[in-house]
Design a protein. Structure first.
Lengths: 151, 236
């Protein structure tokens, strides 16, 4: 049975930077497990920066690009478009894969579709909300403490 | 000014995009550093994406000689854009160059010197000041990233961009001088709001004066981006 959680503050204090995930505000998001799942996305706040790292796949489960702290490290034909407050990753056909945009320097919105290795949708923005459809995932982290863990 | 500084710095001119700035040699292999915004023309398209066109006609004037410069950075990488640096290669063995300072040993209040070719000067202009503060501030190209920045009271104006900020005590480079764009732009927007009020028409001399002020109005401290981001480029 699907579970919907909205309006929670997960390891976020008022006035501090955070990511918006399905109307929840959090300091950390991890989709997949690095080195275990072929896809992986880690969104964290470090040195007062929003930083995204991981491996993004296309809908056939092939690796499109590797990101390290918002910079593309390796890519197979994907393109990064920078905006003044974020960036978009597009595939070789110009389709949006992933987008990050900061609002007022504090709130960071995620968009796009994260695919798994079988081409399944792991997370996707739907009606303006970034919805996690499949685990494993972690929402919120502080040291060794984890906010929400989805298996 | 030391002859060495004169030979180690130069004026950057990009004829095709109508831009000019300053720059300097690092090492003895013709590697010449300037700001990315000196050698690029930026626009924002209808989707909000930043579009950059690199100059194809970059020339560097050093001590009366003019050299053709080629881009040595990866034009497809956004890293030089975010950290506002460009690395050029000149087909010449520099007669002098700058060394990079140990950046962990820089402190507020240290005396620094800015070297550049501002406005229409063909000669290098040197000004001395102090490091007013060392701050982390958002990149003026992409606010996701923060940049270690030296605020300084040295004279930095149009054309200084890309020049070296050097530590006075040993003459080593600590940063790339860069204008305070966002502060200037805020002042520009505020003035433009008044100028463009409906029903108001200014006489030509007044409009000329407003345009002059819009061009040169700068408020706040000048700043220099730490050289560390340039030195982290894969070319090194």
């Amino acid at each position: 049975m699907p579970v919907f959680m909205k309006g929670n503050y997960i390891f976020v204090q008022p006035g501090r930077k955070c990511f918006e995930v399905s109307s929840n505000l959090t300091n950390y998001l991890e989709l997949g497990i690095q080195g275990i799942t072929k896809y992986h996305l880690e969104a964290k706040i470090e040195n007062d920066e929003f930083r995204i790292s991981g491996a993004l796949l296309d809908q056939n489960g092939e690796v499109l690009c590797h990101l390290k702290d918002n910079f593309i490290e390796a890519s197979k034909g994907c393109n990064k478009e920078m905006t003044p407050y974020g960036y978009r990753i597009k595939d070789k056909d110009g389709n949006l894969v992933f987008e990050i945009q900061a609002e007022n320097d504090l709130l960071c919105h995620l968009k796009g579709t994260i695919y798994g290795e079988l081409g399944e949708v792991v997370a996707q923005d739907r009606k303006g909300e970034f919805v996690i459809l499949k685990g494993p995932a972690i929402i919120g982290k502080s040291g060794n403490a984890i906010g929400i863990k989805l298996d | 000014m030391s002859d060495r500084w004169n030979l180690a710095s130069g004026k950057v001119i990009c004829h095709d995009i109508g831009k000019a700035g300053s720059g300097f040699f690092i090492g003895n292999e013709g590697i010449f550093i300037t700001n990315n915004h000196v050698v690029t023309k930026m626009s924002i398209d209808e989707t909000g994406a930043i579009r950059l066109d690199y100059s194809r006609q970059i020339f560097v004037q050093i001590a009366g000689n003019t050299y053709r410069a080629l881009l040595a950075i990866d034009e497809n990488s956004d890293r030089p854009v975010v950290y506002d640096y460009a690395i050029l290669r000149l087909n010449v063995t520099p007669r002098a160059f700058f060394e990079v300072a140990n950046l962990s040993k820089i402190s507020q209040g240290e005396e620094v010197i800015a070297i550049g070719y501002p406005l229409d000067f063909g000669e290098p202009i040197v000004s001395k000041g102090v490091i007013s503060a060392i701050v982390s501030r958002p990149s003026h190209m992409n606010a996701l990233h923060r940049i270690r920045t030296f605020l300084t009271d040295t004279l930095i104006t149009y054309g200084n961009s890309g020049g070296p900020l050097i530590r006075a005590s040993d003459g080593k480079v600590i940063g790339i001088t860069t204008m305070s764009h966002e502060i200037r732009d805020e002042a520009r927007e505020r003035l433009l709001r008044y100028v463009n009020l409906p029903g108001i028409e200014f006489m030509r001399p007044i409009r000329d004066l407003i345009e002059f002020v819009l061009k040169y109005l700068t408020v706040g401290f000048n700043y220099a981006i730490s050289i560390e981001y340039t030195m982290d480029d894969p070319i090194f």
